[in-house]
Design a protein around this ligand. Structure first.
Ligand code: SAM
Length: 121
């Protein structure tokens, strides 16, 4: 099974210019906990998660740039799902943005996808 077979395509994303409030609202509206952060040309430049929003509240940060993770671990659609799961375990993260050759986000894979796969009969 490949990442491209099970990922959520066209996931919610947020612009690097957005505020932390906008990121929090988008998470609620889209019912997601992970948002890839993208530049004007649609390239992936970071990731912000519900965990980072907690950090912003605790440390009283106001800019997305201060809380997002810039060194993003990604997956590609042609990659085996086992490799994606290993990366999430290794880096203690629960999602990987799925990118094309130009580093543009085309979907997301999360630990939810993996548990859904494991639970199916
Ligand atoms: N295990 C929990 C989780 O996955 O959300 C919490 C710990 S994890 C280390 C939280 C941090 O991982 C956040 O600062 C978030 O920005 C970062 N993170 C989440 N997905 C990431 C990814 N694909 N690449 C790099 N960092 C990521």
């Amino acid at each position: 099974i490949l990442v491209g077979d099970v990922m959520t395509p066209m996931t919610a994303k947020i612009s690097e210019e957005a505020s932390i409030d906008e990121a929090a609202k988008l998470m609620l509206d889209e019912k997601v906990t992970h948002l890839p952060v993208i530049a004007d040309d649609n390239r992936l430049i970071g990731i912000v998660t519900a965990w980072d929003i907690s950090k912003a509240v605790a440390l009283k940060c106001s800019k997305l740039d201060e809380i997002m993770t810039k060194n993003v671990i990604t997956a590609c659609p042609e990659e085996y799902i086992e490799l994606a799961a290993e990366k999430m375990k290794k880096y203690n993260i629960s999602s990987l943005p799925v990118v094309d050759g130009g580093k543009r986000v085309i979907g997301i894979i999360t630990t939810d996808h993996i548990s859904t796969l494991m639970a199916r009969d």
